[in-house]
Ligand binder design. Sequence first.
Ligand SMILES: Nc1ncnc2c1ncn2[C@@H]1O[C@H](COP(=O)(O)OP(=O)(O)OP(=O)(O)O)[C@@H](O)[C@H]1O
Length: 297
Amino acid sequence: MASTSSPVVSVRGLHKRYGDVTAIDDIDFDIETGETFALLGPNGAGKSTTIEILEGYRDRTSGEVSVLGVDPHRATLAWKAQLGIVLQSAGEPAVMTVAEQLRHFAGFYPHPRDVDQTIAAVGLTGKANTRIAKLSGGQRRRADVALGIIGNPRLLFLDEPTTGFDPEARREFWGLIRELKREGTSILLTTHYLDEAAQLGDRAGVIAGGRMIDIAPIDELGGADARIPLVRWRDAAQVRELRTTEPGRTVAELVARLGAEPDDLEVVRPSLEDIYLRLVGDAHVGSAADDDEEVAA
Ligand SMILES: Nc1ncnc2c1ncn2[C@@H]1O[C@H](COP(=O)(O)OP(=O)(O)OP(=O)(O)O)[C@@H](O)[C@H]1O
């Protein structure tokens, strides 16, 4: 939930170049206290670069960045202790057990979580005394998340946190993140799973080619027009589609015109994934598809 206090993250006019490659091209966004902000975009869009700049791991070329009121460029240990970071790849698995590793890292923080409760929260109680190297891929990812939250962070960075999770583990993980949200943790999430963004995100920013092409509450992404339903049916051998704000009237007119129930009739509301793909596709081709005409799909 957004609040009226100053944003936990504020980014203005951010640019990042790697040699000749412009990875980030003038992006602006804020994350409010207690908000979960989903950063979405295709491979190579610039999400990790943005996150690494916010975390203080990477220099920017230009622009203003404030994280918990501090420029990450001037990071102090006290500032870092308020961040929780779950990287895309956590490197070589540790030889320590899950519990040993968490106890070790808990010692670095002024107000850590309880180790056993954290292990339970990520669903690894049965594996607390197993070496990290012996965990499955999905279990290792849970151990990464446990490490990210052991310091009781005010701001949690989750970079593709559920890659490799089975569907049940993903749902359990969403429950854990909702609990962290309830506790007031602000979260920056990147994910390629649009259902995950829809489940957890309050707002989302879509990056493509280093530019922020849309930023809105999750259920307003792409604008109102993006949610116009599609009436689809089969006409002889062809599938027909019509985008309309009045699907009921369209179906009634179709039935009247055909004198019978249309074959394979369905009314489809665009999913977040449909809307996202359209946004990213439009950013690539630089032009929108025609919305109003009846077309053969
Ligand atoms: N260290 C680097 N040196 C040179 N170019 C880089 C470096 N890191 C990233 N890039 C380039 O910057 C652009 C943005 O990369 P980035 O890793 O931020 O994208 P991403 O959105 O996180 O992608 P993914 O979804 O695949 O993780 C890409 O063109 C990438 O090739």
